[in-house]
Design a protein around this ligand. Structure first.
Ligand SMILES: Cc1ncc(COP(=O)(O)O)c(C=O)c1O
Length: 357
């Protein structure tokens, strides 16, 4: 007889993370870069495969990679933590600073993994709401932070899925409230290279703030699963105790280092996508859609007068996949489209014109 073994009660209640990977020709649903990294990068990684000492564990602290990232951002190597995607960075933060008996504050609608990771690590989610315009409302932050006294408070800038980048004033104001209750502010900057300002300039050993970054978007390396954070060295030392030993394989460490030789390529991709975003934004505004201005590589929009689920399906039927956000808190009727290549975006816009009334 085979009986299913019961998971933790709270895990049994969870939905899990849903981002359907449908087989289509035009994938504009996960905010990846539509442009691959340069052939020179790929050749350098291929050469690095031969240098890996495959029979040995990798450098546990990824010292070379941390040192290069520290130099890139003008911080000390002891202020850098690296993991398998920024999701693992966030998970390690939550395991270290949140967990059972502690709470994690966030302001919906925002990146779904912030609440998912909090719950998986056993923390309570203190859910605040963004304002009518989907911007951070400081009164709401004050209400949530003073009542929940969260161990971790999340901001996401630019925010997924709204595209809004927070101002320095907002981040500083939230940081002051969080510090007041002895908490940690995590600013998720997965899309930071598209934004006018970064919270990185606030990172220091006497400030309870971390900034998380990823190789998955602007670095065109989603397949590699690599992300990092910049924050106080005392915090990084705690994370190093919690993360699994040798979590970052040797080839990934090498690829992360090699990528940093191609900063200009990355910046060129960002400017191509920013220009393309302007074109898609303008085209969407000519259609019966409500459109939110974006400081990232995606655009949130709400088709007017039609059911969003039906629009999503009709786009899939035309082999175009976007993200259906209509079930997310505060986003009924909304879809999110990642900026692709010009051809991909034209496929999306043509399909959308056919589908909308
Ligand atoms: C805001 C935000 N943070 C983190 C991630 C995850 O990034 P990674 O691939 O580094 O785990 C994403 C991916 O979509 C994201 O949108």
């Amino acid at each position: 007889v085979s009986v299913p073994v019961a998971p933790r009660d709270d895990v049994a209640m969870m939905d899990g993370y849903h981002s359907p990977q449908v087989d289509v020709e035009v994938r504009l649903n996960t905010n990846e870069s539509p442009l691959p990294p340069s052939p020179e990068f790929v050749a350098a990684v291929a050469a690095a495969v031969g240098d890996v000492r495959w029979h040995r564990y990798p450098d546990r602290l990824a010292r070379a990679l941390r040192a290069r990232l520290a130099a890139l951002h003008g911080v000390d190597p002891s202020q850098v933590f690296v993991a398998n995607g920024s999701n693992e960075v966030l998970q390690t933060l939550s395991l270290t600073y949140a967990g059972p008996g502690r709470s994690v504050a966030l302001f919906e609608p925002t990146y779904a993994m912030h609440s998912q990771i909090a719950r998986v690590t056993g923390a309570t989610v203190a859910e605040g709401r963004r304002g009518e315009d989907l911007a951070i409302d400081l009164d709401e932050v004050a209400r949530v932070v003073s009542s929940a006294r969260p161990a971790i408070t999340y901001l996401c800038s630019p925010n997924n899925p709204t595209g809004i980048a927070e101002t320095p004033e907002t981040v500083r104001a939230v940081l002051a409230m969080v510090a007041e209750v002895g908490g940690l502010l995590v600013v998720d900057e997965a899309y930071s290279q598209f934004a006018p300002w970064s919270a990185l300039e606030l990172v220091a050993d006497d400030v309870p703030l971390v900034v998380t970054r990823t190789y998955s978007k602007t670095w065109s390396m989603a397949a590699a699963r690599l992300g990092y954070l910049l924050g106080p060295s005392w915090l990084v030392a705690e994370l190093d105790k919690v993360v699994l030993p040798y979590h970052l394989d040797a080839l990934k460490q090498a690829a992360g280092l090699i990528a940093l030789d191609y900063v200009e390529d990355m910046e060129r991709r960002v400017s191509i996508l920013t220009e393309e975003r302007g074109r898609v934004d303008a085209a969407l505004r000519e259609l019966p859609c409500e459109v939110w201005p974006s400081a990232a590589n995606f655009i949130l929009f709400r088709p007017v007068g039609v059911d969003a689920d039906a629009v999503w399906q009709a786009l899939v039927d035309r082999s175009v996949l976007v993200r259906n956000c209509s079930g997310w808190p505060g986003l009924s009727g909304c879809l999110r489209v990642t900026i692709g290549t010009r051809d991909e975006d034209d496929r999306f816009l043509t399909a959308l014109r056919e589908v909308l009334p």
